[in-house]
Design a protein around this ligand. Structure first.
Ligand SMILES: Nc1ncnc2c1ncn2[C@@H]1O[C@H](COP(=O)(O)OP(=O)(O)OP(=O)(O)O)[C@@H](O)[C@H]1O
Ligand code: NI
Length: 333
């Protein structure tokens, strides 16, 4: 399958025969606390293909960053990860990121096959190295020409002269662009970008999004984690909406933005300034005390008694939705 085929297929997984590059199934992440358990990711299923840009959206605290860290083996010791996350690469056996172990993740996966643009760039940067040195080390470690540093800076919209600064001399937006350049340097086939546009002004936001889009068009798979729905609408092929640790709707971007099926997805879209500009009423539940049934029910205009039972994950014509009362106008034609 060529990249062009991947894009021509409207981004819908159903159109393709090649197995996805990343295939996550039944993924769960729990954190043990002294007197409680945080269910940060629950029974999560996702796929991403080469040439596909998947946006993961949802309110703060719903589990987006924990998902990214789980895939890269970057969770702290009080975390338990269950389920499966297969990473495929042509010509090699798939690697299960959940079970393959830290050694393999460090040697073969992190940076090389899966790049991460972390959500908190300031803490990700070594304070005693200039950006140029950090970038040169990364390029060298991956067998690339250190002269690529200026080009990478340019790609992410950073003045190459700013590479000679130390991390504490960078603004938040500059640090953000530097960590993006560091993640892009090894040219990973799968890139996970966790809120990569934080602290950037509008032109640089668009510049960064378009850069991610171009990487997909060149054959990479990109997972864009963002609370910015306008960003997702601009560049995503597919969108997964997370609510309280679960994916509640996963469909092609055009379909989701055109006619959301899950009431939460519809409520998120209504919060957009160019739509009703109405915030989602109420608050998400505590992840230490998730209900057995639908976690969105207390905020949901469509709730009934049935919502006390776990919502079934239903396959629509173009994706999945987990709801007892999906909006029928959002159903596939
Ligand atoms: N080490 C940890 N121990 C306990 N709970 C944690 C830990 N790390 C994250 N959590 C909890 O997991 C939940 C999901 O956090 P996560 O950072 O994934 O949210 P998010 O969707 O990325 O939010 P944001 O949009 O604010 O970045 C939160 O309730 C958070 O408090
Ligand atoms: Ni996050």
């Amino acid at each position: 399958m060529t990249v062009t085929d991947a894009l021509a297929g409207t981004g819908s997984p159903a159109h393709h025969t090649d197995p996805p590059m990343l295939d996550v199934d039944g993924l769960g992440v729990r954190f043990r606390l002294r007197d409680a358990t945080v269910h940060a990711v629950t029974d999560l299923r996702l796929t991403v293909r080469a040439g596909e840009l998947l946006a993961i959206v949802g309110e703060s605290g719903c589990g987006k960053s924990v998902l990214a860290h789980a895939l890269l083996g970057l969770l702290p010791g009080n975390a338990t990860v269950t389920g499966r996350a297969l990473l495929r690469h042509p010509g090699t056996e798939p690697v299960d990121l959940v079970t393959c172990g830290q050694r393999r993740l460090a040697r073969q996966v992190r940076g090389r096959r899966v790049g991460l643009i972390p959500q908190s760039p300031a803490t990700a940067l070594n304070p005693v190295r200039t950006g140029r040195r950090l970038l040169a080390e990364t390029l060298r470690a991956h067998g690339r020409d250190r002269d690529d540093a200026d080009r990478l800076a340019d790609d992410v919209g950073l003045d190459p002269a700013d590479l000679d600064r130390y991390p504490h001399e960078l603004s938040g937006g500059m640090a953000q662009r530097l960590v993006s350049a560091l993640a892009l340097a090894p040219d990973p086939p799968l890139l996970i970008a966790d809120e990569p546009t934080t602290g950037l002004d509008r032109p640089l936001v668009d510049h960064t999004l378009d850069l991610l889009r171009r990487r997909c068009d060149a054959g990479a798979a990109v997972v864009l984690i963002t609370h910015d729905l306008a960003a997702a609408r601009r560049v995503a092929d597919t969108v997964a909406v997370m609510y309280a640790s679960r994916v509640v709707e996963h469909r092609p971007a055009d379909a989701l933005f055109g006619s959301p099926t899950h009431p939460y997805a519809a409520a998120l879209l209504d919060a957009l300034p160019d739509r009703a500009f109405r915030p989602v009423p109420g608050h998400p539940p505590m992840l230490t005390a998730l209900p057995e049934g639908c976690a969105f029910a207390p905020r949901c205009p469509r709730r009934t008694d049935r919502c006390a039972a776990p919502p079934p994950a239903t396959t629509t014509g173009d994706g999945t939705v987990a709801c007892h009362h999906p909006r029928s106008d959002g159903a596939a034609a």
